[in-house]
Write a protein that binds this ligand. Structure first.
Ligand code: ZN
Length: 78
């Protein structure tokens, strides 16, 4: 098992930083570095977070989306 190269993000500085991060996540998924855990959620509700299992450390990481004026969003292991 490889060492995990993911780093926690306590708070995204901006929506553009968050959007760049989502692109990075999609690349990790494409490369097979992680798999997405899809909860059985109501598809009419806007997504608030994503869960990804890192295949290097076998930990589940949570991406919380920014909510302007309320939360900056974050990324870290559960
Ligand atoms: Zn990891």
């Amino acid at each position: 098992m490889k060492n995990c190269s993911w780093e926690k993000i306590e708070a995204f500085r901006s929506m553009s930083e968050f959007n760049r991060f989502v692109v990075w996540i999609e690349r990790q998924l494409e490369k097979g570095e992680c798999i997405e855990i899809i909860d059985d959620v109501d598809s009419t509700m806007p997504l608030q977070s994503r869960k990804l299992r890192c295949l290097s450390c076998d930990q589940i990481w949570l991406l919380s989306f920014p909510d302007p004026g309320y939360s900056k969003g974050s990324w870290g292991p559960l």
